[in-house]
Design a protein around this ligand. Structure first.
Ligand code: FAD
Ligand code: UDP
Length: 394
């Protein structure tokens, strides 16, 4: 056998596993990636104007888990970056997450003070809550009025654009990602570690995968070279029996030929625009447009990467339905967290558990709305708990 481990997908999940298998275990790893590059959705590159952009939407690194930073620091140095976001509400650009500053900017002073006092009384200064919890919290009419305002002006229309669903139709953790903050902390993320890889994500991935035991094939759908015998649970690579480990980070329903039906996803269209001789397009890295336009947000990359350049590049995100048969809408960016989809995923997960030589990990393979740090932590965990024992028993 030429390889001990096959990894499908060169995003965070696949790359971390490949790196660990090669460096810690000395295993020969083949990564198969259908895109023309490594890095998965975190891929970045320089555009035609020399500005570092994130091809699949803005990616900001944040985590509370020091071991995740320690691990990635083997492959990159960092620049400090605390992401700040504004939302256009009633004609004003106000800080998001919705916090005490936002209240002061949106309401007359006496009303703002009343809202702030009530929030501090009912929720507590320094606490975070979610919009869905805030709506349930109190029968106090003034607090209900505020909760309704935030729901209508920040969450409802953005969520309808992004998901074609109302906030309460999704798992509450989705809108819970952007809390209501009872303090003046206007950072988008509250995590202890917030930073960007100094030379970009792709450079970090190149270092991660620069082991002589790692080979990767780009522009290759794994199904073209890996054949799976679902009855006998056998795998072939290039027509030869493969008895090693397959680590799969693509869509779990695709792996099983959609046998229980398709798991739904949301996709996006990214519209990039370069503005020559404009040093700064907007005040902060990202501006959200909950109620205006058909896009959800505009990100200006230079604000995040801190690159110096006489022009600037921005990207607008247009949500769209995912359709694997339709070019342009065929990238599954977001799993759709709803109970019925979770049930369907559990069917695939149970089937996956019967395959001892295949491991499913990552946002697509586990149908989880993971951030990058979740995926790194998860891949390191899977390596320690599932892969190491497999090889040490051989
Ligand atoms: P992916 O990165 O999707 O990698 C899977 C890889 O498998 C892909 O490269 C795919 O091409 C390949 N593949 C799939 N099927 C096949 C096949 N049949 N054959 C061969 N290859 C295949 N996270 C953050 O922490 N901070 C952020 O600011 C942030 N912003 C985001 C913004 C957007 C718009 C999106 C969509 C996501 C964002 N994320 C962010 C989440 C982040 O992108 C993911 O957590 C992470 O990239 C998931 O890594 P992964 O390896 O699981 O999946
Ligand atoms: N959200 C919203 N209004 C906003 C920002 C977020 O309604 O201005 C909701 C929306 O449902 C969104 C979710 O909160 O999908 C999570 O937002 P986040 O910014 O974390 O989304 P991501 O960066 O993953 O696209």
């Amino acid at each position: 056998m030429l390889f001990d481990v096959i990894v499908v997908g060169a995003g965070f999940a696949g790359s971390v596993i490949a790196e660990r298998c090669a460096r810690v275990l000395g295993k020969r790893v083949l990564i198969i990636e259908k895109r023309a590059h490594i890095g998965g959705n975190a891929y970045d590159c320089y555009d035609d104007h020399g500005i570092l952009i994130h091809q699949y939407g803005p990616h900001i690194f944040h985590t509370n888990q020091k071991f995740v930073i320690d691990y990635l620091s083997n492959f990159t140095t960092w620049i400090e970056y605390q992401h700040r976001v504004q939302a256009l509400i009633d004609g004003s650009y106000v800080p998001l997450p919705f916090n005490l500053n936002t209240i002061q900017q949106l309401f007359p002073q006496h009303l703002a003070m009343q809202y702030i006092e009530l929030l501090i009384q009912r929720v507590g200064f320094g606490k975070r809550t979610t919009i869905l919890q805030l709506r349930e919290l109190s029968s106090e009419p003034l607090l209900q009025q505020l909760a309704e305002f935030v729901y209508q002006k920040v969450f409802l229309n953005y969520t309808l654009k992004q998901w074609e669903l109302r906030p309460e139709e999704l798992n509450p953790t989705v809108t819970g990602r952007v809390p209501v903050v009872i303090s003046y902390d206007d950072r988008y993320f509250a995590d202890e570690y917030q930073m960007m890889p100094k030379s970009g994500y792709t450079a970090m991935f190149h270092k991660m995968l620069s082991d002589q035991n790692i080979h990767y094939l780009l522009n290759t759908d794994y199904q073209d070279i890996v054949k799976i015998d679902f009855i006998n649970k056998k795998i072939q690579l290039f027509g030869q029996e493969f008895s090693g480990l397959l680590v799969y980070t693509g869509k779990i329903d695709e792996f099983f030929g959609y046998c229980f039906g398709e798991l739904p996803y949301r996709s996006l269209h990214f519209a990039f625009e370069h503005l020559p001789q404009i040093d700064s397009y907007q005040k902060v890295g990202t501006v959200n447009y909950p109620n205006d336009y058909s896009y959800t947000r505009i990100t200006e990359f230079k604000k995040i990467t801190q690159q110096r350049h006489s022009g600037t590049t921005i990207v607008r995100e247009y949500p769209q339905r995912y359709d694997r048969h339709k070019a342009g809408a065929d990238i599954p960016y977001y799993p759709l967290p709803q109970p019925t989809n979770e049930k369907l995923y559990q069917q695939y997960k149970n089937l996956a558990a019967t395959w001892s030589n295949v491991i499913f990990v990552g946002r697509l393979a586990e149908y989880r709305y993971y951030d990058m740090h979740h995926v790194v932590a998860r891949a390191l965990h899977v390596f320690e708990k599932e892969i190491l024992p497999k090889f040490s028993n051989q």
